[in-house]
Design a protein around this ligand. Structure first.
Ligand code: SAM
Ligand code: SF4
Ligand code: SF4
Length: 350
């Protein structure tokens, strides 16, 4: 069925519900300092984690309301055992036109063939640096070689449209922008530079560490020459650009130029909490009504009402705070994060 013919729902600002980020685990095998800088974490209780069947059922309610794209994320999604089974279950839902995966790449080489055979459409690998020493410093793990192997393995299957996501960090990897684009070119991958966001609480964020879209374009323009913006449809987070030699790259300018006005994304955590914004501090528990046996019609009505009430525009509000005065610390204090791990970026999937 064409997604255009689905009964869609709009939020308080007229934004449709089109894409769903499904976090399949809050566990991770890296400790990136912009995401998981702490020594210890409170994990979601195992008995609360949704089964694949529960995830597929919940996803079905979202697709009935207009979602047609699903992104599997985490934590590190490849830590969830037998992810291909979830992909096969989701693909029974004909309203889904695209299932994508965001991964740190460590376990990708081992799983790429079964992910491909299960029908996964697209892969995005996070890669912030080409230097093993920097990688170790950033992630507190010595896994750079496995990430590169993971990236290489994608080309050995039939996947096309590989993306490499790089958080651009001033004073850390700002001297690697060109090298990353060239690395991506070698693997037929489009690199997308993400501005560092003050999101999820403990994240070591500071305005001085943000490498802005303008600064990135200036650096790349100096190296490559004139860079042309590529016109895109409204809700895509990345703005794409073309280099004089035809290569393309993207920038996700969430911090300096938020794109909340066209945001059509929902996030569901591995234990079934629904967030209508990456910055939202209050979520809606979908696990309880699901496990209590609420009817499909009532579940859909519940989600519809939640989306219709949505007024979130977290990145815009975060940016407005800068006008009040620069903030050095994260938005959410560490005690509050320990009380509610859902507030962490690694729980809600980035
Ligand atoms: N573990 C997987 C990975 O790293 O690709 C998936 C989950 S991770 C939370 C999703 C994305 O969020 C990654 O590309 C990561 O770089 C990005 N991210 C995490 N914290 C961020 C921050 N403070 N600012 C910008 N991007 C961030
Ligand atoms: Fe890094 Fe992703 Fe793990 Fe966060 S969830 S620590 S971004 S690998
Ligand atoms: Fe969407 Fe919230 Fe991100 Fe804005 S901050 S783009 S509303 S998820």
């Amino acid at each position: 069925m064409e997604s255009d013919s689905l009964p869609t729902v709009s939020d308080a600002f007229g934004r449709p519900l089109r894409s769903l980020r499904l976090s399949v685990t809050d566990r991770c095998n890296l400790r990136c300092n912009y995401c998981m800088p702490e020594e210890n974490y409170v994990w979601l209780p195992r008995e609360n984690l949704l089964s694949f069947e529960e995830m597929a059922t919940l996803t079905g309610y979202f697709t009935d309301l207009g979602v047609d794209k699903v992104r599997l994320t985490g934590g590190e999604p490849l830590l969830r055992r037998d992810l291909p089974r979830l992909i096969r279950l989701l693909l029974q839902n004909r309203q889904i036109t695209e299932i994508a995966l965001t991964t740190n790449g460590i376990l990708l080489a081992d799983q790429i063939q079964s992910l491909y055979e299960a029908g996964l459409h697209r892969v995005t690998v996070s890669l912030d640096t080409l230097r093993p020493e920097r990688f170790r410093q950033l992630t507190r793990r010595d896994e750079h070689a496995r990430v590169l192997e993971g990236i290489e393995s994608v080309g050995r299957t039939g996947f096309t449209g590989l993306k490499l996501d790089t958080v651009a960090l001033r004073g850390f990897n700002d001297d690697e922008l060109v090298a990353l684009i060239e690395f991506g070119r070698h693997y037929h991958a489009e690199v997308r530079f993400i501005e560092y966001m003050d999101v999820g609480g403990a994240n070591e964020w500071s305005p001085h560490k943000v490498l802005s879209r303008a600064a990135m374009l200036e650096t790349l323009g100096r190296h490559y020459g004139a860079i042309d913006p590529i016109p895109e449809r409204g809700s895509a987070p990345a703005q794409r650009f073309r280099l004089p030699d035809g290569a393309t790259f993207g920038i996700i300018p969430s911090t300096t130029t938020p794109f909340c006005s066209t945001c059509d994304r929902s996030r569901v955590t591995a234990d079934g909490m629904w967030y209508r914004c990456l910055y939202a501090t209050a979520g809606t528990d979908l696990r309880k009504p699901l496990r209590d046996g609420l009817s499909a019609d009532d579940m859909r009505a519940f989600i519809r009402a939640g989306w219709e009430a949505r007024r979130d525009r977290g990145a815009e509000e975060r940016k407005a705070l800068e006008r009040v005065g620069p903030r050095e610390a994260g938005l959410i204090g560490i005690d509050r994060l320990r009380e509610d791990p859902h507030l962490e970026m690694h729980a809600r999937g980035g």
